[in-house]
Design a protein around this ligand. Structure first.
Ligand code: FAD
Length: 413
């Protein structure tokens, strides 16, 4: 009998898993409830994704080659995007998710995956297979399909995980506006992406202004405990951007959750979770597109090897592969988020450390190429010395956050 896999969610992770499974000759069905609206997202993608998944660069709106980091007190650090070995591949790709996701979905269909426009409404995992129930978008008809296994690629709220009896993950909220700017204003963001730090714009993550073809995406991240403040944080970010947004027209305001912890397990009897459903977003940057695609690819490869006996014990090879390859990178970026965004003085230190060439090289190697080589001892010494100096500067003479300066000016002090 033909072996079949059902994937719930046909966004970046689900579509990549489907492409991989079809490449291995496995019948694949994708169930997706939203085929018109784009996933709310900043759309920053590393060049590694284009290389590793053979994606055309025509999907890229802009190649960012310069970053601006702004601290709570308004200190600015300007950085050129460059790894240890400079190459033409040194950039951050800016994509629109409606374009990027549609490409991946249509590639999955061209390779033979069936796409059903429907919402998952039930999932039963039994000894001999899985039964997936869905409600078609349009006529509302309820139907079921059986398969050998299911992959949950259904995002931060993962209904698949819920049907498997798993708890919700702690979640952050990211809220952003797409703003069309007059050409003269847009020129400022031609090849530049901005990151803003401070409790007024993002208490525990960061805020951004990312350029797209015809607009900029301006957004904030708010971790668990701060999600109710997201609107205020976005208003504060726009106030900080001030005249740079003059003449801007808001095209869209969009929000979505980001998982803040990876799941303890991502593989179960006849079921696997990938991308946001598995909690695979990295902490410092909130980056999840590459990780959803990569986890989709690895999960699909492992599943294809064990489709005759897809037990949890066999499928957990996916978890082992994942954490062997990326465990130290996740742990480091988790630590960096806590260290760099922990309080506003640390945010000042973080902004200053972004000027250190060794820090820049390490950051961009790990972001652009997904490689984390240990830094040479001399570089480690230089970084440690710079950290000590930055810590001393900011803790002995704390800088005044911009909002306090502005409040003084407003009060006429
Ligand atoms: C505002 C914001 C900005 C971000 N910026 C960036 C960034 O710049 N770079 C980056 O790398 N990452 C960014 N991220 C994170 C990134 O968007 C996610 O990590 C990534 O989309 C995860 O992909 P995924 O395939 O796992 O899940 P998702 O992209 O969330 O897709 C899940 C899919 O499942 C579908 N689905 C859900 N429930 C059902 C159901 N019951 N039935 C059928 N289908 C269902 C959904 O419709 C959706 O298409 C951002 C996130 C947010 C919220």
């Amino acid at each position: 009998m033909t072996q079949r896999v059902v994937i719930v969610g046909a966004s970046v992770g689900g579509a990549t898993a489907a492409i991989t499974l079809r490449g291995l000759g496995i019948e694949t069905v994708l169930i997706e409830r939203e085929l018109t609206r784009a996933k709310p997202c900043g759309g920053a993608v590393p060049p590694a994704a284009f290389r590793e998944f053979d994606l055309p660069t025509t999907l890229i709106d802009r190649k960012v080659t310069h970053c601006l980091v702004v601290s709570p007190s308004g200190q600015e650090t300007h950085i050129d995007v460059a790894g240890s070995v400079p190459s033409t591949d040194d950039y951050v790709a800016m994509v629109r998710r409606e374009v990027f996701d549609a490409f991946l979905r249509s590639r999955a269909q061209q390779r033979g995956a069936e796409l059903i426009h429907a919402q998952l409404t039930g999932l039963r995992v039994e000894r001999h297979g899985v039964t997936v129930t869905y409600r078609r978008v349009g006529d509302g008809g309820e139907q079921s399909i059986t398969a050998d296994a299911v992959i949950g690629a259904d995002g931060a709220y993962s209904p698949t995980a819920k049907f498997l009896g798993l708890p919700n993950l702690p979640r952050a909220i990211a809220l952003q506006e797409r703003i069309a700017l007059p050409d003269r204003q847009m020129a400022r963001w031609e090849h530049t992406a901005d990151l803003y730090l401070g409790h007024d714009v993002s208490p525990d993550l960061y805020a951004w202004a990312f350029p797209k073809r015809d607009h900029i995406a301006v957004g904030v991240g708010a971790g668990p405990g701060h999600t109710a403040q997201a609107r205020t944080l976005l208003a504060n970010l726009k106030a900080r951007l001030g005249p740079a947004l003059d003449g801007g027209r808001v095209l869209l305001r969009e929000a979505h959750a980001l998982p803040m912890e990876p799941r303890k397990h991502m593989a179960f009897d006849r079921a696997m979770l990938i991308g946001d459903a598995a909690g695979l977003v990295v902490h410092t940057s909130g980056e999840g597109i590459y990780w959803a695609m990569k986890s989709g690819q690895i999960a699909a490869q492992v599943l294809a090897q064990h489709l005759d006996a897809p037990s949890a014990a066999h499928l957990r090879a996916y978890e082992k592969l994942w954490w062997n390859e990326y465990g130290s990178m996740y742990a480091f970026l988790r630590w960096l988020q806590k260290w760099g965004y922990g309080n506003e003085r640390q945010m000042e230190v973080f902004t200053e450390m972004c000027r250190n060439r060794d820090v820049q090289r390490l950051t961009f190697d790990s972001y652009m190429h997904k490689q984390m080589a240990p830094a040479p001892w001399l570089a480690q010494l230089r970084m440690t010395w710079d950290i000590i100096r930055a810590e001393a500067r900011n803790y002995l003479r704390p800088r005044t956050p911009l909002r306090e300066l502005h409040a003084c000016v407003a009060a006429g002090d």
